[in-house]
Design a protein around this ligand. Structure first.
Ligand code: ZN
Length: 79
């Protein structure tokens, strides 16, 4: 009985320790990485209004990039 308790206690301590490590390390690093990616990740210019937006948020159409669906449509009308 004493040994089983000791093993369970060990597992609980291990899990708590893992949880604490995860809280301390990962969220902050992930945010930092995302932020860094966003900063030196490629920015593209909206072909309609000239606004700079992260490439992954840009709307691509006919080899051009737009900041929003509205500008994609507006630019399409001009041509
Ligand atoms: Zn735009």
């Amino acid at each position: 009985m004493g040994l089983i308790r000791l093993i369970i206690l060990g597992i609980v301590i291990y899990l708590v320790w893992q949880l604490i490590r995860r809280w301390q390390n990962k969220p902050a690093n992930r945010v930092a990485q995302t932020e860094r990616k966003r900063i030196d990740g490629s920015m593209v210019r909206c072909d309609h209004c000239g606004l700079f937006i992260p490439k992954e948020e840009a709307i691509q159409a006919n080899g051009r990039q737009y900041c929003s669906e509205a500008h994609r449509l507006a630019d399409g009308k001009d041509q």
